[in-house]
Design a protein around this ligand. Structure first.
Ligand SMILES: Nc1nc2c(ncn2[C@@H]2O[C@H](COP(=O)(O)OP(=O)(O)OP(=O)(O)O)[C@@H](O)[C@H]2O)c(=O)[nH]1
Ligand SMILES: [Mg+2]
Length: 313
């Protein structure tokens, strides 16, 4: 269930003297902290985050409302080299945002510096005419001198609009980043009403919470072999209770066994962790029912991909 955002969507009509608004796509290799940054900038958990690479599979929109402007952020899957159909589609999803955005914010990770894969991402971005700014993330994990060396090296080698050191995790440098992003956006009316932070369907966001817990609680190929489809979300008979039914797809019967775990322990743990987060988010009681199903080799099959991960494409 991807987000059905249309970037060319109608802007809201209102007095707009001096107001700035536009799209910033967050781009980078897997695991540099794009989703963490999205969540921090919009002050709401929209995207799944994990220490494993290739967590994000869809484009996720988050609106950062600032005085005098609206920064519409697009979280994208990590760009990497791959032949696998799901991964190819993930990379395409990221690349498809380049031309439509007003600014590309390339993220790298300070401890690793500018890697070969960062260079590969940079070259992919260069095919688009959209201006590029650089955010060096995870500065909490490096000392000042190496960071200054890295900034000096990158400003000598590349012509980024801006280079901004940040720590998404520790929320350090984010106010400066917002100012830089707003600076780069055109004047124009807002695209979204003030109380909206995303246009992603609630079912999609819910599925991502469940998938995040699975990624955290499983190992080897399981985190990558899982797709979550929220089949139903409805008010229960009791007021303040939401009933959620979700199917977790895996590729093999052996994975189903592992995910369910001895006496159902593992899937129960997934369910409990997801439910607690959903209850905080929805502000009420949640009854979450998870069903595990096998869809053999779904990641390699275009039809299954569209059905399970990209229903709006
Ligand atoms: N130390 C540190 N860790 C961070 C920071 N930002 C993100 N991380 C960690 O980096 C890991 C990856 O974060 P994500 O936000 O999931 O990264 P991503 O770029 O969205 O990854 P993909 O979706 O796989 O492309 C997580 O373990 C985060 O906690 C930061 O500023 N400092
Ligand atoms: Mg991500």
């Amino acid at each position: 269930m991807a987000c059905a955002v249309k970037m060319e969507g109608l802007r809201l009509e209102q007095e707009t003297m001096g107001f700035k608004s536009g799209y910033v796509t967050l781009v980078g290799r897997p695991n540099v902290g794009k989703s963490t940054l999205l969540n921090r900038l919009v002050a709401r958990k929209l995207a799944a985050m994990s220490r494993r690479p290739q967590t994000t599979r869809n484009r996720i929109t988050g609106v950062c409302h600032v005085p005098g402007g609206q920064i519409i952020l697009l979280d994208t899957p990590g760009v990497h080299k791959t032949d696998q159909p799901l991964n190819r589609k993930m990379v395409q999803t990221a690349v498809s945002t380049f031309d439509d955005a007003d600014l590309i914010l390339l993220l790298i990770s300070a401890p690793e510096g500018f890697t070969e894969l960062d260079r590969f991402v940079f070259e992919a971005i260069q095919k688009s005419k959209t201006p590029v700014a650089l955010a060096i993330n995870k500065v909490d994990a490096v000392g000042k001198p190496p960071l200054l060396d890295l900034i000096a090296q990158l400003s000598k080698e590349f012509d980024f609009r801006q280079i901004v050191p940040i720590s998404a995790l520790k929320e350090d440098g984010l106010e400066s980043l917002k100012r830089v992003l707003l600076d780069e956006l055109p004047e124009g009316p807002p695209y979204f009403p003030e109380d909206l932070v995303t246009d992603c369907p609630e079912e999609f966001l819910t599925g991502e919470i469940i998938r995040e817990k699975i990624i955290k609680l499983t190992h080897l190929e399981i985190p990558y072999s899982v797709a979550v489809v929220v089949e139903a979300m409805r008010e229960g008979r009791q007021e303040g209770v939401t009933l959620i039914d979700a199917t977790v797809y895996v590729e093999k019967a052996s994975q189903k066994g592992i995910l369910i775990g001895a006496r159902g322990q593992l899937i129960k743990k997934v369910g409990t962790q997801a439910r607690k987060e959903l209850e905080r988010r929805l502000g009420g009681k949640v009854v979450l029912s998870l069903f595990v199903k096998v869809k053999p080799g779904w990641r390699g099959n275009e039809r299954s991909l569209n059905e399970l991960v990209y229903p709006n494409d």
